[in-house]
Design a protein around this ligand. Structure first.
Ligand SMILES: *Cc1c(COP(=O)(O)O)cnc(C)c1O
Length: 367
């Protein structure tokens, strides 16, 4: 059997009629950049995600930069974020002139180790960007407590956590701003690049909207210089269709994860994902940990099962961050886990037969 890591084609064919019609409408209305389909999506997204404002932007990386811009980040300001994430999180800090400060990840949940944040707060620290990594919420109680104590802003990078919840509350509603990516492979994926910034703060929302659209107030009146990061009409229309299915797809991902757990719970050399306290993990990725990671990945590949590694090089170990001068021992968890983590296929279209095939092969490997 062949099990791809992701199957976006299967998803498209399940909703083809609606998607094709939505795209046709955008072209017929020439609503190519922003426009009514984007506005409609922004409103639907805000409703479904329990926030007041949603601003559709070009991608999830810009979304973080725009959030930081709106929050007034200045050159040299420090922003704390997780050592285990996709590079976009830290890159966005640098792009607006900030200084990246990494904190190691929690050995069980893989999200930022909230017990190490406080020791990294200095006079220059302006904010924290937790990542709800793999769809597992970071501990927002502790993060918001620290933010209040030290007067810091919090931007939740929720590129992997659509509809995840911490203590019954949706992630992306705890911090001052949250950002989303709709890169095609994300839990809510567009048909190209797209992202969003959400907030309950009217002023921040207004600033983000202006920064994303050349700092403009009217067509050719610009209050300040911004950038061009607007959502395309086609992406808005596609996302609008997919949004209706997101809750169902999310439950299917959770079901797949539960099945993996049932099948794999007795494999002692494999550490299964641990959900954060009282949370809804939405399984953007199903990440397991084993000392035999590379051999297992190879074995599965030979059996037709595609896997991934998120991420093979911890952020502080990237060449891009050599200039920060960290010692290799500074992030022991992120540093050692980069060789242990393996992402198994997880998507709504997976059948029990597919899950069982993956699990059987894993069991055979460890026998
Ligand atoms: C995908 C991702 C981003 C960036 O999103 P793009 O839309 O690809 O720019 C940022 N942070 C995390 C954690 C991501 O997974």
């Amino acid at each position: 059997m062949k099990i791809p890591f992701l199957d976006l084609k299967a998803q498209y064919f399940s909703i083809k009629k609606e998607i094709d019609q939505a795209i046709q409408n955008v072209i017929a209305d020439t609503a190519f950049v922003k426009g009514k389909y984007v506005t409609e999506f922004e409103q639907n997204f805000a409703n479904q995600f329990d926030v007041k404002h949603c601003i559709g932007v070009g991608n999830g990386t810009d979304a973080i930069s725009l959030a930081l811009k709106a929050l007034g980040l200045k050159i040299g300001d420090e922003v704390i974020t997780a050592a285990n994430s996709f590079v976009a999180t830290s890159e966005a800090i640098t792009n607006v002139g900030g200084k990246v400060v990494f904190v190691d990840c929690d050995p069980e949940t893989y999200t930022i180790d909230v017990n190490q944040i406080e020791a990294n707060i200095t006079e220059k620290t302006k904010g924290i960007i937790p990542v709800h990594l793999y769809g597992n919420p970071a501990n927002m109680d502790i993060i918001m407590g620290l933010a209040e104590k030290y007067q810091l802003f919090v931007v939740e990078d929720n590129a992997q956590g659509h509809l995840s919840e911490f203590r019954g509350q949706k992630t992306g509603t705890f911090g001052h701003i949250a950002t989303y990516s709709f890169y095609p492979g994300k839990n809510l994926g567009a048909y190209g690049d797209a992202g969003a910034v959400v907030t309950n703060d009217d002023l921040l929302a207004k600033k983000v909207r202006m920064y994303a659209n050349h700092g403009r107030t009217a067509k050719y009146d610009h209050e300040f210089e911004g950038m061009n990061s607007r959502m395309d009409g086609i992406q808005g229309a596609v996302l609008n269709v997919k949004l209706k299915y997101l809750e169902k797809w999310t439950n299917q991902r959770i079901w797949v994860a539960q099945k993996y757990k049932d099948y794999l719970k007795d494999v002692d050399q494999l550490v299964l994902p641990k959900e954060s306290l009282q949370s809804r993990h939405v399984y953007h990725l199903y990440v397991v940990r084993t000392q035999k990671r590379d051999a297992l990945a190879k074995f599965l590949e030979e059996r037709g099962v595609q896997t991934g590694i998120h991420y093979p090089i911890a952020l502080p170990n990237l060449s891009a961050y050599k200039y920060l001068g960290y010692s290799p021992m500074a992030f022991p968890i992120a540093d050692s886990y980069q060789d242990l983590l393996l992402s198994l296929p997880v998507y709504p279209e997976m059948t029990e037969e597919m899950i069982q095939y993956v699990a059987d092969n894993i069991k055979e490997f460890f026998l």
